[in-house]
Ligand binder design. Structure first.
Ligand code: MN
Ligand code: MN
Length: 457
């Protein structure tokens, strides 16, 4: 069994870091909000848009953002960029319940919103809990509006109703566990008050009332919902968990725990040996497809801009050389042993809550499909830099062989020729509306990422 992280770390430092982290989680519940937060904070630490600088030299701090959903940042190091980068990539998106493009309808006197779940959600977990609506609506005149409804205590919330046990017990009992709630049973309530009308039997009078409110309060017409990115996320606030307050319960810690800890490590870099890169990408939860994912050419654009402005040149051979000289961490969470389901883990190869950041040699599924396995030599190098600084860490895998599996962005970083390993804290109840981390593990992750940026060869 690995040692307790608590015994190696300063408790005040753990607690202070946890408090900052919880504030971040309150503010950043979607990929757009996360990107906005990161840019706002980066500016306070003298990061500048890369387009504003003609030339880059040691200690310069730059960022670039793409479609408001992805951000890349860099602190220019002492070594020429052709000697490679130190890259930490994490993801800004989290499992959630998106609205469909035409969501609003009325049934049985209740206005409802149709949804489509995003990422690996266990559908039954999302019913009968308070949900907040977050997102962006784009209008035909080119203006956009951000909305957040349900986070302020005075806001209304949304709820996906579950069927009463008196009525639905039999129907749900006969279903498989994964089908207890089905995709089209994830619609949320949106109103129940009819609009006043001259007509006796006004059709869709409740839906009309919702539309009236949307128009008056937010300037939104029904057809505007077609051009919107709107998502329902748990309306819970991050809370300490347990008598000893050792844990954090919050929505979206996969992977915002890595976003936050790696970002904190990056902004502390002044003149690192190697140029330090922080990549905060979208769409990981659905397989890293799309122009804001780790597979976006925007990554190459950002790296090429750094090389050009550092006078290293931008020929493809120079770029590939820099990639093959680089080292990366895919900063993502792993599972930890769940006391209620210990049979699913190989206990000598699993991570435990509170025992430090987890070094995951490979993820994937089946016969090691869909993963980038970290090379022995690279794991040895990482082990050494963590031990040198006495940072709590443990080795972990995702569960017993053939029990389950999962992927991260590691394989997509690696396919550029960049040596990569997965490192991140463990999460209990991963992908649930309330995910649980250990404050000591969160702090360990930050220390690990900092060490990665700061250590030399
Ligand atoms: Mn993740
Ligand atoms: Mn995930």
């Amino acid at each position: 069994m690995p040692e307790w992280a608590w015994f190696k770390l300063n408790e005040d430092a753990i607690e202070n870091f946890a408090n900052d982290y919880k504030k971040f989680l309150c503010e950043a519940k979607t990929e757009r909000e996360t990107v906005k937060y990161l840019i706002k904070e980066a500016k306070r630490y003298d990061f500048k848009p890369i387009d504003e600088l003609e030339k880059l030299s040691v200690g310069d701090k730059v960022y670039a953002t793409f479609r408001n959903k992805l951000v890349a940042m860099a602190v220019i190091g002492k070594n020429p960029v052709t000697k490679g980068f130190r890259i930490i990539g994490s993801h800004t998106d989290t499992p959630r319940i998106d609205l469909k493009p035409a969501p609003l309808y009325e049934n049985s006197g209740i206005a409802m919103l149709k949804t489509h779940y995003y990422g690996g959600v266990k559908k039954y977990q999302w019913v009968a809990i308070p949900l907040a609506l977050h997102g962006t609506i784009a209008f035909k005149d080119g203006t956009v509006k951000d909305i957040v409804i349900g986070e302020d205590d005075s806001d209304p919330i949304f709820v996906i109703p579950d069927v009463a046990p008196h009525i639905g017990g039999k129907k749900q009992e006969s279903r498989k566990g994964t089908e207890v709630i089905e995709g089209e049973e994830l619609h949320t309530i949106a109103g129940n008050k009819p609009i006043r009308s001259e007509k006796q039997d006004e059709k869709d009078s409740v839906k009309k009332m919702v539309l009236k409110i949307l128009e008056e309060k937010y300037g939104i017409k029904e057809e505007d919902l077609i051009s919107a990115d709107l998502a329902l996320v748990p309306a819970f606030k991050p809370r300490d968990a347990g008598f000893d307050r050792s844990m954090i319960a919050a929505y979206g810690q996969d992977d915002r725990v890595c976003v936050y800890t790696s970002f904190r490590a990056l902004i502390e870099q002044e003149k690192p040996e190697f140029t330090a890169i922080g990549l905060f990408v979208d769409r990981e939860e659905i397989g890293s497809a799309g122009d804001t994912s780790i597979n976006s050419m925007f990554f190459e654009y950002f790296i090429t801009e750094i090389m050009r402005k550092s006078a290293a040149g931008t020929n493809i051979d120079v770029l590939i050389k820099a990639f093959t000289n680089s080292r990366a961490i895919s900063a993502d969470v792993n599972t930890v042993v769940d006391p209620l389901h210990g049979d699913l883990y190989d206990l000598s190869n699993a991570g435990f809550l509170g025992k430090g950041v987890i070094l995951t040699k490979y993820t994937g599924r089946g016969g090691k499909y869909s993963t980038s396995e970290a090379h022995a030599e690279y794991i040895a190098w990482i082990r050494n830099i963590l031990d040198k600084r006495n940072i709590p860490w443990q080795s972990g895998l995702m569960g017993k062989v053939d029990v389950g599996g999962g992927g991260t962005i590691a394989m997509f970083i690696a396919q550029r020729g960049i040596i990569t390993a997965d490192i991140g804290p463990g999460v209990l109840a991963l992908h649930a509306p309330y995910e649980i981390t250990s404050k000591a593990d969160v702090y360990s992750a930050y220390l690990a990422y900092k060490a990665f940026y700061e250590e030399g060869e």
